[in-house]
Design a protein around this ligand. Structure first.
Ligand SMILES: CC/C=C\C/C=C\C/C=C\CCC/C=C/C(=O)SCCNC(=O)CCNC(=O)[C@H](O)C(C)(C)COP(=O)(O)OP(=O)(O)OC[C@H]1O[C@@H](n2cnc3c(N)ncnc32)[C@H](O)[C@@H]1OP(=O)(O)O
Length: 312
């Protein structure tokens, strides 16, 4: 009972839009008290777990530690379809509105693939209204992730091209499974398409201008060790340690008082998010006209054909 009161006060102080810190020392002690009890593996005690799910998103909230694990579940390759993106936003808002949730670990339910990126079939052979709705959903997911008040850790347990890489980039910290078969990067040019300015901004903010120029123009997909070298991921760990590492990194991040971390995150990220927010509609129109071009549709058709016919 006593612990519950302390936790509620701590989270109340740290939640979004709350007043100034009353006692930094108390907050730190209370937070640490809770975090010391955080398990180093996924085995949350049943009583404090509150799972919820939709067709393509599985969420498990560990209420006693204020950490949710969100898993993408869209077989076979976790492509980011309009349906998945829509369900993602609904689940995300639920977590944002849950004062007890301070951090989210974003991962995949499929072995070997974090996410194959945007669902190409949502960008091919559809009408302008569909493309517009799809792109708005892509923007929304990125904005939610990039500007979240919660600590977001990407536990990248498989390949993560293009849109999958973007979701990782929008997180606060990236941990990738150290398997050379997996790759991560913004490979849009290989499909004959172009990463929009806000994908590019997020990449530049993460790995710098020169490395981004190189990576983006060539559509490079990096194996984990190379991704670590250029700072595209923060840590690589054996495959079976991705989730436990994410939990222990999360416990470190959650030692920082929420309001101070959140204000700092906003200071760092707001200009980039605002750049999209200021021209959101124009960005949608730009996408629709770009993706509707015959030449681009032809490129996507060829790429889908290549994916289906290539040797495995
Ligand atoms: C000045 C600026 C001007 C203009 C800019 C304006 C606007 C911007 C315009 C566009 C921006 C778009 C940004 C796009 C972002 C993206 O994310 S595009 C998607 C890129 N993704 C990829 O390239 C990954 C492709 N997939 C793979 O490499 C592999 O599938 C995999 C490594 C992920 C997994 O490999 P395997 O396990 O071997 O699985 P398969 O390859 O057999 O795949 C199974 C099945 O799934 C289908 N599939 C794979 N990826 C996708 C996908 N992204 N979308 C839809 N479907 C996909 C694949 O074809 C197989 O289908 P079947 O053969 O089973 O039918």
């Amino acid at each position: 009972m006593a612990l519950r009161a302390v936790s509620a006060l701590t989270w109340g102080l740290g939640g979004p839009g709350v007043g100034p810190l009353r006692s930094g020392t108390f907050l730190r002690c209370a937070t640490q008290h809770r975090l010391e009890k955080m398990p180093s593996s996924i085995g949350f005690p049943e009583a404090s777990r509150r799972p919820f799910s939709s067709h393509r998103i599985l969420v498990d909230v560990d209420q006693s530690h204020g950490v949710a694990t969100m898993k993408l579940k869209n077989p076979p390759v976790n492509s980011l379809s309009l349906e998945l993106l829509t369900e993602f936003v609904i689940s995300w808002e639920k977590l944002e509105n849950d004062k007890s949730c301070r951090g989210v670990i974003l991962t995949s339910n499929s072995p070997k693939i974090f996410s194959a990126g945007l669902d190409i079939t949502d960008m091919y052979g559809k009408n302008a209204a569909h493309y517009a709705e799809f792109w708005k959903a892509v923007q929304e997911v990125w904005l939610k992730l990039y500007t979240s008040n919660m600590v977001v850790i990407a536990a990248i347990n498989g390949s993560s091209p293009a849109g999958g890489c973007l979701m990782s980039l929008a997180s606060d910290y990236r941990i990738m499974a150290d398997n050379p078969k997996y790759t991560i990067g913004l490979n849009e040019t290989l499909l004959g398409i172009v990463a929009p300015f806000w994908f590019k901004d997020n990449l530049v903010n993460t790995i710098g201008n020169r490395a981004s120029e190189h990576a983006l123009q060539r559509g490079l997909l990096f194996p984990p060790a190379d991704a670590l070298k250029i700072g595209l991921v923060d840590q690589i760990v054996p495959e079976d340690k991705v989730q436990s590492t994410a939990l222990s990194v999360m416990s470190e991040w959650l030692k920082i008082p929420d309001h101070a971390r959140q204000l700092t995150k906003t200071m760092m990220r707001k200009p980039t998010a605002d750049r999209l927010l200021k021209q959101r509609e124009a960005d949608i129109q730009n996408f629709v006209s770009f993706i509707s071009k015959d030449s681009i549709q032809k490129s996507l058709h060829m790429y889908l054909k290549f994916l289906k016919e290539r040797e495995k």
